[in-house]
Ligand binder design. Structure first.
Ligand code: FMN
Length: 170
């Protein structure tokens, strides 16, 4: 017998989302936002979308530049990941505040996070308005990762909890 749950609880029950830092803005104005609303929107061509609320400072940076980086942390960077989701970059530099270094991108002007093992560069192709978030759908124009990148050493976000990927089933 299943219990009836609210629509919001249905969303929260969905198995994990990846949690990443989305890089926006350029130069001195480069910013980082913690985002769990991240998904693959097409495999060919490769497209990634991220849902950003208009309330965020990152929203206006994304609207202005139309480029972003998807920076995937390993478990050691949990505090930095949480921190970038608690404060706004409107008034200060989050790279400096959280001791992260900018890594120049290969194809776009927005930098990535040097200490993170996977960086994907995207250019915004379209926006989709849904409800309280606007989806920025980006074409993947470059991707790079550490040679020893380990998918299981990443962070997931599930209904308010940070988790790590579980056992391999098959
Ligand atoms: C785990 C976690 C996931 C988050 N996911 C999103 C998200 O997908 N979209 C969004 O707009 N905000 C998300 N937020 C909130 C922003 O990260 C937060 O409001 C941040 O301070 C905004 O920074 P900014 O004003 O510099 O852009 C998330 C926060 C946390 C802690």
């Amino acid at each position: 017998m299943k219990e009836q749950i609210s629509s919001k609880e249905g969303l929260r029950s969905l198995p994990h989302f990846p949690t990443v830092l989305i890089g926006t803005g350029t130069g001195e104005k480069s910013n980082l936002i913690t985002a769990a609303m991240v998904h693959v929107f097409s495999i060919d061509p490769p497209m990634i979308g991220t849902g950003i609320s208009p309330k965020r400072h990152s929203f206006s940076l994304l609207k202005k530049k139309g480029e972003f980086t998807v920076n995937v942390p390993d478990k050691e960077k949990l505090e930095e990941l949480k921190g970038c989701g608690e404060v706004s970059g409107k008034n200060f530099d989050k790279y400096e505040k959280f001791g992260l270094e900018k890594e120049e991108s290969e194809t776009i002007d927005v930098p990535g996070v040097k200490e993170f093992p996977l960086i994907i560069e995207c250019t915004v192709e379209k926006n989709i308005e849904t409800g309280d978030h606007l989806w920025f759908i980006g074409k993947v124009v470059n991707a790079k990762r550490d040679e020893d990148f380990d998918r299981s050493d990443t962070i997931l976000y599930w209904g308010g909890e940070f988790r790590e990927p579980g056992e391999l089933l098959e």
